[in-house]
Design a protein around this ligand. Structure first.
Ligand code: MTE
Length: 746
């Protein structure tokens, strides 16, 4: 391999660490205005009257917009358009926007927003999903409007085998209810968008955006512009983690509206507090899990019931719940399963996409159940997991026969347990704990383990297509264009490596551009850890297409020098790249042409050096098929902790994190993702606690919502397992989310 598998510094490392990278707020334009939203006083109320005039008395205020200014559909939502761009008759949570103020400075915009008078008629609010599903509960949206039944946005059921009979065969049954809280994304950069009105009536929007095509659709609908007149360009982005998946649509639509109304560029930038109040969070869940096994540790039945709080608008909650259902019974072969989920509207803050999409919550419940089961059976928790772990040819708990992935799960269990010396360490802990007890000390040590499988990319029923374009220049350098976004996970580096590998040139000869909706067709969202496997595969195909004519042209030339040459391929010698001739036995022959020279001559001959790569991955979508995802990534994380049993204070000491990633395109990036995911998961498991009361977040800041800092991070040992996936570029599959999912449970 020439580029894949190299431990490379990220291509955007220098611009990020020197501060040269331009985040949305760094882009300044002459005549730019600043926008601030007017937020409601109550989480649930009718809007009786809005008086915008007082805002215009603030010097610098240029324009105040309300719902009546929205030219198109005043409703956004990736799947259900239930969220108003600007609330018209009713507000449903404290993060709604009732009006927008554009002013010469952000201070003037804030002062103006404070002067807008809104008269409300307060309505009773619903702040618990359990109250929301009660008979006669007040409705948050009109019944049936978004497929909802009362306040239940979606109920999803799954079953296989006969769960009652399964429990009859069980010698041990463990049943518990787990209540799992919200998680805030805590990205470095709050949401932002800069909308620029162009002379031809179109809009260009730069933003902190994870899914530019969602944004383009939402803005186009809301502002009544054809899609080719809405150009979304990704600025440098300070993290997304799912929180910038659909949320930027509202930010961009609001900035875009003011830009059209004023004819001036408008920056809409949220403060940290606004961001925390307004953007979607990880879904809190109430999970009842009943698990049954025979006395030799074979799991025979699992029954899971999940209730989750969607907040006021649907966001991508139904997809989160789909994943929660598919992953609810863990990574185990279980013949009898029953899973029910209910996703419920309330007047609470919104919930939506977050790294792992519902899997971390159900995993926390399931893996806790596994440990209780191991204890009840007097079995080592590792042995229990190994005994039930899925492997190639297994049927999963939702009926899918695993074909496109092998034994990644068992390999991660083995590698993680070997690395931490599981058995010996447990013995040491037993001795340590005994000594502590004898001396009356409250400290104890312990090991936690959690194993997962995670469906890569969008899966059954979703359009999972992506397009990439590669242009080779006449000097031999090349540009890659893709719809997949860089959000800190290292996508541009990985895509550069795939592009370089497929072309057969060093990585420093290629450049991958930030996503821009004007340059590629809709390539789907950058979610579900799909950028590497899906956009990456499209990039590989585009590169092969771009160089096809060139390589054939070179082959003809080389054959003239040595007719025994069978094929041509690039070679790298020191700092030089050549196209060389090879015999059918794979042995290199003498003739070769310098790559850059070949590019120049082929270009001068009128050759085509551009390629389009397109993939459209499909699950078998027949009613009988149980295929949910084409492949799965696997992981096992083990955490050693010290616990003060009097205060409950838990300090992680060491984390061994084994992740099966298919091919590690950039092993250094993989390690970075494992470390970052593990820390974000550790925060969720140990400290992060979003406190809400009657729809209001009581700690919308990082003084009171505690996320891990470098001081909290223990030794993390990333372990890379490569169980190749034939459908991914060079065997790669998704990693970005599975690096987080097992950690909170462990
Ligand atoms: N890592 C960083 N540093 N910043 C991010 O925003 N997003 C995560 C994960 N890792 C994220 C991250 C999420 S939500 C996803 S879906 C994956 O990266 C996307 O990466 P991939 O599709 O390139 O694997």
């Amino acid at each position: 391999m020439k580029a894949v598998g190299l431990k490379l510094l990220r291509v955007d490392a220098r611009e990020k660490v020197t501060g040269a990278a331009k985040f949305t707020e760094d882009i300044r334009l002459a005549g730019m205005l600043y926008a601030v939203a007017v937020r409601p006083k109550y989480p649930h109320a009718l809007i009786k009257r809005i008086d915008v005039q007082p805002a215009y008395e603030v010097p610098g205020v240029v324009r105040v917009a309300t719902a009546s200014d929205v030219p198109g559909i005043n409703a956004i939502g990736a799947f259900f358009p239930d969220q108003p761009v600007l609330a018209k008759d009713k507000v449903r949570h404290l993060g709604d926007a009732v009006a927008l103020v554009a002013a010469e400075t952000s201070e003037a915009a804030r002062k103006g927003a404070a002067r807008v008078i809104v008269e409300y008629e307060e309505l009773p609010g619903i702040f618990s999903p359990l109250d929301a599903i009660k008979e006669g509960a007040i409705l948050i949206h009109e019944d049936g409007k978004y497929g909802n039944r009362g306040n239940i946005l979606e109920e999803r059921n799954y079953s296989q085998g006969d769960v009652e009979k399964g429990f009859q065969q069980a010698d041990v049954i463990i049943e518990n209810v787990y209540e799992i809280n919200y998680q805030e994304h805590a990205f470095l950069e709050p949401e932002g968008a800069l909308a620029i009105p162009e002379e031809d009536g179109s809009l260009t929007i730069y933003g902190s955006i994870q899914c530019p095509y969602y944004v383009r659709k939402g803005v186009s609908d809301a502002l009544k512009l054809p899609m080719n007149r809405v150009r979304i360009i990704q600025a440098a982005i300070g993290g997304g983690f799912g929180g910038k998946e659909d949320v930027p649509t509202e930010v961009c639509a609001r900035a875009g509206l003011l830009a059209l109304l004023t004819g001036r560029p408008v920056l809409k930038k949220r403060t940290r507090e606004e961001s925390m109040i307004m953007h979607t969070k990880r879904h809190p869940m109430i999970i009842r899990n009943k698990l049954g096994a025979t006395k030799d540790g074979k799991i025979v039945a699992c029954d899971v019931d999940i209730i989750s709080d969607q907040g006021a608008y649907a966001s991508v909650g139904t997809v989160v719940m789909k994943r929660a259902v598919i992953h609810a019974c863990g990574a185990y072969e279980i013949p009898n399963t029953k899973i029910r989920s209910r996703l419920v509207y309330t007047n609470n803050i919104l919930t939506g996409a977050f790294r792992g999409f519902g899997a971390p919550q159900v995993t926390a419940a399931m893996e806790s159940q596994m440990d209780e089961l191991a204890r009840a059976l007097n079995m080592d928790p590792v042995e229990l997991r190994k005994k039930n772990a899925v492997h190639k040819g297994s049927v999963t708990a939702t009926g899918q026969k695993l074909a496109n992935c092998g034994d990644g799960l068992l390999k991660t269990i083995e590698k993680a347990t070997d690395a931490c010396n599981w058995k010996e360490r447990r013995k040491e802990h037993a001795l340590f704990n005994k000594r502590q007890e004898e001396i009356n000390s409250p400290y104890r040590k312990g090991l936690g383990i959690s194993s997962i499988m995670y469906g890569v990319a969008l899966g059954k029923g979703a359009l999972d297509a992506a397009t990439s374009i590669v242009n080779i220049s006449e000097d031999g350098s090349a540009t890659g264009i893709t719809g997949g976004t860089e959000m800190g996970q290292g996508a541009r580096t990985v895509l550069s490596q795939i592009l370089a590998e497929a072309l057969g040139v060093p990585v420093d000869m290629v450049r991958v551009l930030p996503a821009d909706t004007a340059l590629t067709q809709n390539s789907g969202p950058s979610v579900a850890s799909r950028v590497t496997p899906v956009c990456g595969e499209a990039m590989r195909l585009a590169a092969l297409e771009a160089r096809k004519g060139l390589i054939n042209w070179a082959l003809e030339k080389l054959k003239k020098e040595d007719p025994s040459i069978d094929y041509a391929e690039t070679i790298i010698e020191g700092t030089h790249t050549y196209i060389a001739g090879f015999g059918s036995d794979g042995v290199q022959k003498a003739p070769k042409i310098e790559w850059s020279k070949a590019c120049y001559e082929y270009f001068k001959s009128g050759g085509l050096m551009s390629g389009v790569g397109h993939v459209n991955i499909k699950c078998e979508d027949t009613p009988e098929s149980k295929e949910q995802y084409y492949t799965y990534s696997f992981a096992t994380h083990i955490i050693e902790v010290m616990v003060d049993i009097e205060t409950g204070r838990t300090k992680p000491l060491n984390i061994w994190a084994a992740n099966d990633v298919g091919r590690a395109i950039n092993p250094m990036g993989v390690e970075g993702q494992i470390e970052g995911g593990t820390v974000q998961g550790m925060g969720y498991g140990l400290f992060e606690d979003l406190i809400t009361k009657e729809g209001k977040i009581l700690n919308p800041d990082f003084t009171n919502y505690i996320i891990p800092t470098t001081m909290d991070v223990p030794n993390i040992y990333p372990i890379i397992v490569e169980d190749l996936y034939p459908g991914g570029p060079y065997g790669a599959k998704g990693l970005g989310e599975p690096s987080l999912i097992p950690t909170p449970a462990a």
